[in-house]
Design a protein around this ligand. Structure first.
Ligand code: DC
Length: 232
């Protein structure tokens, strides 16, 4: 039996969050931004938290609780009842999150939180290991890819539009650093599931990526379970 989950995996800056939000709107279901869990842990525990031994880290994680609230692109991931907001989106926090994501205690904890969110009903789940580890029986599995140059440029445009001043070269370096760490870690590395549909988004805009995904979902019997709109 497959789960009514749409799994979207892919590297940093490939556009998963944008597409997952639009897809969740179109299907009328919540979105689970799993990167935001790792980012919230990184933001709260900071650089010093990386010095904790496994027991201390497990203890620190026991104080975190994540809940999904809302529907579609407006879904919020609450950390202990609070939306951590824009602070999560800093590149520095992305790199720190990627380092926390190599720790087995963090992966065990986030796996539990993510599977609990997925057990509540249909969901669009985006991350690195949705199709391979967290939701291996997801009804739909997509893996979005694009060259590091394209991804760095997208991230830079997004950050600049929000008033950021980080140079493109620095963003590119961080993306390459994160790629290496996410792909080469021993537990749940970034890679497409054997049964994932791989989409190279380098030459596509977000609307075209969304259409490619919707096309696969709407032409499949498994896609009939999604309501198609969020309740007001
Ligand atoms: O998707 P993102 O950029 O917000 O993710 C931040 C980091 O969190 C990413 O570099 C690696 C980690 N991550 C992970 O290991 N597994 C996931 N399912 C999602 C994110």
């Amino acid at each position: 039996m497959s789960m009514p989950v749409v799994a979207i995996d892919g590297p940093a800056g490939v556009g998963k969050t944008t597409v997952a939000g639009k897809l969740a709107d179109a299907l009328g279901i919540p979105r689970l931004d799993t990167g935001a869990m790792f980012r919230a842990i990184a933001l709260n525990l900071g650089e010093n938290g990386l010095n904790m031994n496994p027991r201390e880290l497990r203890q620190a994680l026991s104080h975190f609780d994540f809940r999904v609230e809302g529907c579609g692109g407006a879904t919020r991931l609450l950390c202990n009842g609070i939306d951590p907001g824009a602070a999560l989106r800093q590149e520095r926090i992305g790199v720190l999150a990627s380092t926390y994501a190599t720790r087995p205690e963090v992966r065990e904890f986030t796996l539990r939180m993510q599977q609990r969110a997925g057990s509540m009903g249909p969901i669009v789940a985006e991350g690195r290991d949705m199709g391979t580890v967290v939701f291996p029986t997801a009804a739909f599995k997509f893996f979005l890819d694009a060259s590091p140059e394209v991804r760095a440029k997208r991230r830079w445009l997004e950050l600049t539009a929000r008033g950021g001043t980080t140079p493109l070269a620095e963003i590119m370096d961080k993306i390459i650093e994160r790629d290496a760490q996410d792909r080469n870690r021993p537990i749940a590395p970034l890679k497409p599931a054997d049964d994932a549909i791989i989409i190279d988004t380098s030459l596509l805009d977000p609307a075209q990526v969304l259409n490619a995904l919707l096309d696969k979902i709407r032409t499949s019997p498994a896609g009939k379970v999604f309501p198609g709109h969020c309740h007001a």
